[in-house]
Write a protein that binds this ligand. Structure first.
Ligand code: HEC
Length: 295
């Protein structure tokens, strides 16, 4: 029974392998399974104890066997154990990649030149270098054929493709981060879900002063194309967020509503209320708003 490596290498390596396999097979979302599931921690602890137990058993088996050996066999066994362990495959590969001759064989490759006692060896190019050189040649040929003969794609189309992909990511991000809007970034929301949410917000907070049909009461008429504080989604959003002129009664709704809710109710006003004919319209106030007036 020859020990090829020692326990303090074997146990951690096996432990890491099993851990890696566990993480690979258990789908635990963003977090690693060992953090997500306490059972996984327990499992790894069990594996650890088991590995230690196996090591202990191996050692004692070795011990028992050793005592059954004859004196001569004991000596042979100890001699074979004390041979220091070497990673011969790795060493050989490394030597092959360097491709240099051992010092004793340098006589075969020494050149005739003798510059004031300085001699020169005719070493072969190291294989690692030569292989890399061949690889660059193959790469170059493939590149040339692909991009200059068949014109696969160029930098412009690569750029456009990446921008388009990024745009999609931004859209997806905005869907999850609607709460980030402010008066500068707000855009008219047209999805039915947003309009319905805006309607509900309007009905609970705004009808008291603006009426359900937007005809106006304490607050101005929201159905006409006249605006005191400016029309368009950006102005309406900032009016709703910051409130009207002092003493008029329109409060700053940012105290009460979330940014996304203010965007929804503003969109509701512009899409559903604007242009309707209310039962009791209040006279128009302010100026006619044209979209091109947006600063
Ligand atoms: C307490 C009464 C009151 C409530 C409640 C109220 N408003 Fe107003 N609103 C006003 C008044 C008064 C004005 C006019 C402000 C001014 O002249 O500066 C106004 C102005 C506005 C304007 C600007 C109109 C324009 O012509 O520029 C918008 C948009 C608006 N309100 C939306 C809302 C929304 C949305 C809600 C509900 C979240 C709401 N208001 C709730 C009283 C109210």
């Amino acid at each position: 029974m020859k020990n090829r490596s020692t326990w303090w290498i074997r146990v951690p390596v096996l432990l890491f392998l099993i851990w890696g396999m566990m993480e690979y097979f258990i789908d635990s979302g963003e977090k690693p399974a060992i953090i997500e599931y306490p059972a996984a921690q327990f499992f790894m602890l069990m594996v650890f104890l088991l590995l230690i137990a196996i090591e202990l058993i191996l050692q004692s088996v070795e011990n028992v066997m050793f005592h059954t050996l004859s004196e001569e066999a004991k000596e042979r066994y100890l001699a074979s154990k004390s041979k220091s362990w070497e990673w011969s495959w790795g060493k050989n590969t490394y030597k092959k990649l360097l491709g240099s001759k051992p010092m004793e064989a340098e006589g075969e490759i020494i050149l005739d030149h003798n510059y004031d006692g300085i001699r020169e060896l005719d070493n072969k190019l190291p294989p690692w270098w030569v292989y890399m050189f061949y690889a660059t040649i193959i790469f170059g040929v493939v590149y040339l054929v692909r991009f200059h003969v068949f014109n696969d794609y160029d930098q412009d189309s690569e750029y456009e493709r990446e921008v388009a992909a990024a745009q999609l990511e931004i859209e997806a991000y905005k869907k999850t981060a609607k709460d980030l809007v402010d008066a500068n970034t707000v855009a008219l929301l047209t999805e039915a879900a947003d309009i319905n949410a805006g309607k509900a917000i309007y009905e609970t907070n705004c009808v008291a002063c603006h009426m359900a049909d937007g005809g106006g009461g304490i607050g101005p008429n929201l159905t006409d194309d006249h605006w005191i504080l400016g029309g368009g989604i950006k102005n309406v959003f900032s009016t709703v967020s910051e409130g009207g002129r002092d003493g008029k009664g329109m409060v700053a709704w940012k105290q009460i509503l979330k940014p996304v809710e203010m965007a929804q109710v503003s969109s509701y006003i512009l899409i559903e209320i604007q242009g309707k004919t209310p039962a009791n319209p209040k006279a128009a106030e302010g100026d006619v708003w044209e979209e091109s007036d947006t600063p």
